[in-house]
Design a protein around this ligand. Structure first.
Ligand SMILES: [Zn+2]
Length: 83
């Protein structure tokens, strides 16, 4: 059985980065449609990237940051400000 998972592995990052040629993307997709293991990995990586991108693009709201700072100082016995 010629899965080509090693190729798949090296292709994953550029695939997700969107830097593969059309031909290579087609090959990667074809492989994913036949290989549940790789398909799952790709999906996982894709979700992970989407999550990381969202987290990076949306800075923590000031309100949340202040609350976190409050919680941290609360460990020293100081009550966090009531909201
Ligand atoms: Zn595979």
């Amino acid at each position: 059985m010629a899965c080509g998972c090693d190729d798949c592995e090296t292709m994953m990052q550029p695939y997700l980065d969107g830097v593969l040629s059309d031909e290579e993307v087609r090959e990667a997709r074809e492989h994913l449609s036949r290989c549940p293991g790789c398909d799952r990995r790709y999906r996982f990586e894709e979700d992970l990237r989407r999550f990381v991108r969202v987290a990076a693009e949306e800075p923590m709201p000031d309100e949340l940051r202040e609350r976190l700072v409050g919680l941290r100082s609360a460990q020293g016995g100081v009550q966090p400000p009531a909201v």
